[in-house]
Structure formats: C-alpha cells, structure tokens
Design a protein around this ligand. Structure first.
Ligand SMILES: *Cc1c(COP(=O)(O)O)cnc(C)c1O
Length: 336
C-alpha cells in the first residue's frame, strides 16, 4: 500500500527496532530510565531549552502545556484550524478548564497581530483571563515566517502572556527552511515536538521548557496517566530517529514537490499547493466521488475530500509518487 493519508503511518524499520530492542531501561516514573534521560537531555540541548519531558503523544504534551501555563478560568488563543484547538478532543476546555479563543487564520497559517490584540481580554470579572498564545509550525505543512513568530512572541511578552509552540512537525520546518531547531523555538515559553510523524518512531513526543515549567508538566503528565515505566524502549526509537531520520525529511519534501507538479499537470485538478511534506489539491467535484475507492483499488490510500491532502513520508518512494500521479491521471482521464 502507498499510504498518503498522513506521516503518522510510518512504521519503524529494522534498524530502529534493533535500537529499541537494545535500549537500556529503568523506571521513568522514578526518573531513572537512562534512555529517556538521554533523549530528554539531547533534545533540550538541540532545541535550546533548559529541560525536556518525554510524553506518549504530542496531544498529551500540548494538553500538559496548557495545564502548566494556565489554570481553570484562564484562556488560550490559538488558530481556528490549529491542531491544539480543533483536533485534540477539546482537551484544553474539557480537561484543563481553559477557555479556547480561536482566531481565524490567513492562508499562510498566521493570524494578524491586530486580531490577537483585539482578542486579549481586559482584567474584568466578566472575562476569562487571557493567559497564553499558541502557534503551530509547520501548519498544514507551511513553515511560519520567522519574522511573524518573532512579532507574536514580542507581543505576548509585552502583554504578559505565555507562549506555546505546537511543533509536531518542527523538524520539517527546520529542514525546509535551513533554520536550526533552536532558532525556530527561540522566545517560546514551551514547545512540543512529535517523533511519530515524519521521524518515523512508533510512539513519542517531548515538551520543552524551563526547569520550573517542566517540573509542573511532570505532575500533570502523571495526573493524565502519561507516566510510563520502562519508557526507554520508546525513547530509543526517538533517539534513533534523531540520528537517522531528520536530514532525510528533505526527500519527503522533494517527493511532495514532484507529486504537486505531476498533479498540477493533470487536466481538471486545481488549487495545487505544496508545502514541506504536504500537497493539497481540489479535484473536480464530478470526478471526486469514487476517487478514494479507485485509489484504494490500486493500492493507494488517501482520503479524497473537497480539499484533498496527500502527505509524503519515509515509507513512500520516488517510484510510488510516479505511480500515484499515473493512477490519478488515469482515473480523471477515464471520466469515472
Ligand atoms: C499530530 C499532531 C499533534 C498530535 O500528535 P500525536 O502525537 O499524534 O498526539 C499535535 N499537533 C500537530 C500539529 C500535529 O500534526
């Protein structure tokens, strides 16, 4: 199967499985799993933070970040289409007791500073206390403009607000933009990173912050059921990914560009957009019905929505990309 639904579908290869099998382990709830400790120290160092904490998922890392930055009755500002607001089961409201203040985003994933200013509530008993601004990088594959993140973090500092960056795909942003991870993280109070997307680990995410923030997050992680015992098995997969799977994200980006080119050349396909490892397209409505099933019949997995997303990753080859282009072209030509 050529699975373009998401980069979460990547499976650990033999070398990663061997690294996992060989990992020294301890009890991480007691704080003595050596592999988890190595991962946390290494990623904190690379990202330029004093501390890091290993999580089972980026969803839980984001939730723990919300709980750590705010308390019941506080509010966080996030993009209307952001993962943190839209795709995490409402955890911020349901479990953290924070009111979300979603803001409409531009096509490039940003929301303008005036909109943030207007959303920040005055200190008045009628209002939730605006506490945090959360950005996402990459957003639907797009790398946020560096000057934009700097302006948002400056605004937050000026208004006494905390900042969080959902960096589930921040490694893609680093590889695509040539910026260091530390540069992309600069000035954020906390950052979450995910190892089970393009990096190909089976499980794992981290939250980055200063020592006090990470101490508070560790309490919330326990509360949320995220304290894991011999978690070094999982951390070893993440360490292996850091060694072997970061620079190669450039191949996924090249494959996405080739896919976008190939699809854009097919009559009837419109609105082709390519950013890092994601391609978005609009198929003619008359041909979209049946396309998901037709692709599946040819061993290609993708959900053909009005705005269809294809995601490239390490389990999709150059030859796979050519095949997808040919199958889609064939389907549209045949006029199913
Ligand atoms: C996938 C994703 C998450 C959640 O990651 P999980 O590890 O699957 O929980 C959070 N934010 C963004 C932007 C994501 O793409």
């Amino acid at each position: 199967m050529i699975d373009l639904r998401s980069d979460t579908v990547t499976r650990p290869d033999r070398a990663m499985r061997e690294a996992i099998a060989a990992a020294p382990v301890g009890d991480d709830v007691w704080g003595d799993d050596p592999s988890v400790i190595v991962l946390q120290e290494r990623i904190a160092d690379e990202a330029g933070f004093p501390a890091a904490l290993f999580f089972p998922s980026a969803t839980q890392a984001n939730l723990a970040a919300l709980m750590t930055h705010g308390q019941r009755g506080d509010e966080f500002i996030a993009g209307q289409q952001s993962h943190l607001y839209k795709y995490e089961g409402g955890g911020g409201a349901v479990l953290a007791g924070l009111q979300p203040q979603p803001l409409e985003q531009e096509a490039d994933g940003t929301f303008c500073l005036a909109r943030i200013e207007a959303a920040i509530k005055a200190d008045d008993i009628h209002f939730a206390r605006t506490r945090l601004i959360a950005l996402e990088n990459t957003f639907q594959g797009l790398v946020l403009p560096a000057d934009y993140t700097a302006r948002v973090t400056r605004l937050a500092a000026a208004r006494g607000l905390a900042t969080h960056l959902d960096g589930a795909r921040l490694f893609n942003a680093a590889v695509a933009s040539g910026q260091s991870l530390a540069n992309l993280c600069r000035d954020f109070g906390s950052v979450s990173l995910c190892f089970s997307k393009g990096l190909g680990a089976p499980v794992g995410a981290v939250l980055l912050g200063d020592a006090a923030l990470i101490d508070r997050a560790r309490r919330w992680r326990k509360t949320l059921g995220g304290g894991m015992r011999q978690a070094g098995l999982l951390a070893a997969g993440c360490l292996h990914a850091l060694d072997h799977n970061v620079a190669r994200l450039a191949e996924d980006h090249a494959n996405a560009r080739r896919l976008a080119e190939g699809l854009a050349a097919i009559a009837g396909i419109e609105g082709v957009e390519c950013a890092t490892n994601m391609v978005h397209v609009r198929f003619p409505e008359s041909r979209r019905g049946g396309l998901t099933a037709a692709l599946r019949d040819q061993g290609i997995l993708a959900e053909c929505l009005p705005r269809t997303r294809f995601v490239t990753h390490r389990d999709v080859s150059v030859a796979d990309i050519e095949r997808v282009i040919a199958v889609v072209a064939g389907h549209l030509r045949a006029g199913h």
